[in-house]
Design a protein around this ligand. Structure first.
Ligand code: CP
Length: 304
């Protein structure tokens, strides 16, 4: 049995295969509509979500399977003090695969150690979000036709942004990837990401707090939200929340084929005027998320 807790659980070859299957699903959805007949996915969301939970549920339904679950810890026996381990052992009796989001870093890993069915980490605290990364990889591949030779700008909350940490980990395995890390000083990328991923793999990167400084070099601009729920101090959040607001003026020197991504939800960090720009990929990115999750469910359930 295989779980997906960290994007590193998948080899580059496995990611390439998932992308290939996702592309095939996009082209031939009818081939897949009964692949998960009689299978059940449980979505256990101890933290709010729109895209991840609903895309997992839509993915399973489009594969012909069924979905059970809860969308907040208050709607489960967690509110009565039940542990994650006991919840997982219970839900494994009712389902074939579990997608789980939890505010505590490492909770899905703990769950996987007790689970009788595959566990998918659907986001754990400020740590990892591997299925967002698979979504991002399918988006980049679909929009740029490659996963190598790219200069990627990551902008916003690079400290708490779990999607950023997972994406850097994944992209660092491809050739000639450069990163421009754009954040206020307080929200810089954690040292462990710099030391254990970027420096260890000799990946070129620049840190800056100016979004326009390197705009003309970027192939991808990945915007992120300043995450109110990770701050201990509301004053710090209010001071930093609108530090970057991407608008048409800031894109004036950007490449014609720049791909602007955002894992969403957006608050203020991308002005709505950018939505009409063909380079805004973030709503296409949402749709790619459903297809890659379909491919992942098939893989973890070992369905060809
Ligand atoms: N990108 C993402 O994880 O969105 P949700 O929080 O809505 O699931």
């Amino acid at each position: 049995m295989k779980h997906l807790i960290d994007i590193k659980d998948l080899s580059v070859e496995e990611i390439d295969e998932l992308i290939k299957v996702a592309k095939d699903i996009m082209s031939n959805p009818e081939k897949y509509q009964e692949k998960c007949k009689y299978k059940k996915l449980a979505t256990l969301f101890f933290e709010p979500s729109t895209r991840t939970r609903l895309s997992f549920e839509a993915a399973m339904m489009e594969l012909g399977g069924n979905v059970i679950g809860f969308s907040s810890s208050n709607a489960s026996s967690t509110a009565k003090g039940e542990s994650v381990s006991d919840t997982i052992r219970t839900v494994g009796c009712y389902s074939d695969i579990i997608a789980m989001r939890h505010p505590k870093e490492g909770a899905p890993l703990v769950a996987s150690e007790k689970s009788t069915v595959p566990i998918i980490n659907a986001g754990d605290g400020g740590h990892n979000h591997p299925t967002q990364t698979l979504t991002d990889l399918l988006t980049i591949y679909s929009e740029k036709n490659r996963l190598d030779n790219l200069t990627i700008g990551l902008c916003g909350d690079l400290k708490f942004g779990r999607t950023v940490h997972s994406l850097i980990t994944a992209m660092s395995r491809y050739k000639n990837i450069k990163f421009v890390l754009i954040s206020p000083d307080e929200l810089k990328i954690p040292d462990y990401v710099k030391e254990e991923i970027l420096e260890k793999n000799n990946i070129e990167y620049i840190e800056t707090n100016d979004i326009e400084e390197h705009m003309s070099k970027l192939d991808i601009l990945y915007m992120t939200r300043v995450q109110r729920e990770r701050f201990f101090n509301e004053e710090d959040y209010l001071r930093l929340k609108d530090y970057y607001i991407l608008n048409n003026a800031k894109l004036k020197n950007a490449k014609k084929d720049l791909c602007i991504m955002h894992p969403l939800p957006r608050v203020n960090e991308i002005s709505v005027e950018v939505d009409d720009d063909e380079r805004a990929c973030y709503f296409r990115q949402v749709l790619y998320g459903k297809f890659i999750r379909m491919a992942l469910i098939l893989k973890l359930l070992n369905i060809k």
